[in-house]
Design a protein around this ligand. Structure first.
Ligand SMILES: NC(=O)c1ccc[n+]([C@@H]2O[C@H](COP(=O)([O-])OP(=O)(O)OC[C@H]3O[C@@H](n4cnc5c(N)ncnc54)[C@H](O)[C@@H]3O)[C@@H](O)[C@H]2O)c1
Length: 431
């Protein structure tokens, strides 16, 4: 239970996804009319049964559930004024847990300095809007590369819906990828085999549950010592359990053989198992350094190697690696942990081109402060500060990390590759 602290504002209860819930809980304002990808966006909204669109439907003062702004056509500084002129009047009328989603083109893809500048300006705009937003509203930016327009749907749906409740101030790049239609948006992972390491409890167990809810057949993995808890999770999600210490020498080969023999391979692999052994650098024993690097980083590298080498992953596969905002911002007492979590980002970025060649993706999810047994054990003051230093003024839940993993796991999310998505409510750390 959270305590009320005098003088400290209470956090808004975020709108989180439940099956059957509409994508948004009100009309969506789409701006500006006639933008380069506006037609594609409005077709997606139509298919999703979302009402509203241009300013004519009630003007700026409607209680909008979301504002979608197509900024892909902005090429210069003057063009940026439309961003201010159109969004500012409607922004104050967003409903609680509202959404501001801006679409641009990757600045680095432009050879024209002014166009690149104008597109990069969107980044600062969105992050600032996220910090000004109130009542659970989030602001995110999607850069859509040339040829990636047909792969927008899973990403637009994710950012509009309650699935992205704790994803705020993020910038995602969408690149051209083989189009993969999704037949059933309530079960986008139907027919996929998904593996989650460290799934006996906490965030891993939540990931297993959400992947199963979305239709995947789930294989949960954890240490033999966690066998009973792991079996319980497997039963809950109608999946299978495989006990393995991912740091053992044989683990990569055993995991590969198990998946090939029992499931004819896998489509989603979530590297979630992780440990902390916090100590200041000068007081850190060598074994604490080594164990954190072994579980959090080396095991992921060795398992990925085996999965690709033994062709365990099918074309269209998704590998998702759990990093941490500590790996982006650094954290006192966590030189080992932050090094391991930053290392994951290096691995993801280096593997992305090879994964694309195989029609696969690899991405990192970096959680911020998540309400788990680990954060519950923190001293009161550290915990209260940790959970409040973000734009949403609260900690996230394991399900928020799980929803992000599930979006990256979708067949239709093939355009997102080599990215790092923070699930941190726009924490001021690692921004
Ligand atoms: N809780 C947070 O706020 C937070 C924030 C950022 C990142 N993360 C990351 O999210 C992931 C899950 O965190 P959590 O809070 O649920 O942790 P947790 O300690 O509750 O669960 C981790 C699981 O990994 C398993 N595991 C550890 N070593 C293993 C090994 N050698 N082989 C197989 N399984 C092993 C554990 O048995 C445990 O079930 C971790 O990678 C963690 O670093 C958590």
């Amino acid at each position: 239970m959270k305590l009320k602290i005098p003088g400290v504002p209470q956090a808004t209860v975020l709108r989180r996804y439940t099956p059957g819930q509409p994508l948004v809980d009100g009309p969506v304002l789409s701006l500006p009319p006639g933008g380069a990808i506006a037609e594609g966006l409005s077709k997606i909204l139509e298919r999703a049964g979302v009402s509203g669109s241009g300013e004519s439907q009630g003007g700026a003062s409607q209680r909008w559930a979301a504002i979608i702004f197509d900024a892909t056509g902005i090429r210069d500084v003057a063009g940026l004024s439309t961003l201010h002129g159109s969004i500012a009047p409607a922004f104050r009328y967003l409903r609680p847990s509202g959404r501001l989603i801006i679409f641009g083109t990757p600045p680095e893809d432009s050879a024209e300095p002014e166009r690149a500048a104008a597109q990069r300006a969107l980044d600062g705009f969105v992050r600032s809007a996220g910090k000004e937003a109130r009542l659970g509203t989030t602001a995110n930016l999607v850069y859509v590369a040339d040829g990636a327009e047909s792969g927008l749907e899973s990403t637009l749906r994710f950012f509009l819906s309650g699935r992205s409740a704790y994803v705020d101030g993020q910038v995602v790049r969408l690149r051209a990828a083989k189009p993969t239609p999704t037949a059933d948006w309530a079960h986008p992972l139907k027919g996929r085999v998904a593996v989650v390491t460290g799934a006996a409890r906490g965030i891993g167990a939540a990931i297993a549950e959400i992947l199963a809810r979305d239709g995947a057949q789930v294989v949960v993995m954890d240490m033999p010592a966690q066998g009973a808890a792991l079996a319980e999770v497997a039963n809950r999600v109608g999946g299978t359990a495989f006990q393995v210490d991912i740091t053992s020498k044989e683990a990569p080969a055993h995991i590969g053989a198990y998946l090939t023999d029992r499931h004819e391979g896998a489509d989603i692999f979530v590297h979630n198992a992780g440990i902390t052994r916090d100590r200041s650098l000068v007081n850190m024993p060598a074994d604490q350094w080594a164990s954190v690097l072994a579980v959090n980083l080396d095991a992921q590298l060795r398992i990925n190697d085996a999965l690709l080498h033994e062709n365990v992953l099918h074309p269209g596969s998704r590998v998702i690696c759990i990093s941490s905002t500590s790996g982006i911002a650094g954290n006192r007492g966590q030189t080992n942990y932050a090094a391991s979590k930053a290392g994951i980002i290096g691995m993801v970025q280096a593997m992305a081109p090879e994964m694309a060649r195989r029609e696969m993706t690899i991405n990192a999810v970096a959680p911020g402060f998540i309400e788990t047994a680990m954060t519950k054990a923190m001293p009161f003051a550290t915990r209260e500060i940790g959970r409040r230093i973000n734009s949403l003024n609260q900690g996230g839940l394991p399900v928020d990390v799980a929803e992000t993993v599930a979006w990256l796991g979708q067949p239709g999310t093939g355009g997102v590759n080599g990215e790092v998505i923070r699930v941190c409510g726009q924490s001021i750390l690692g921004a």
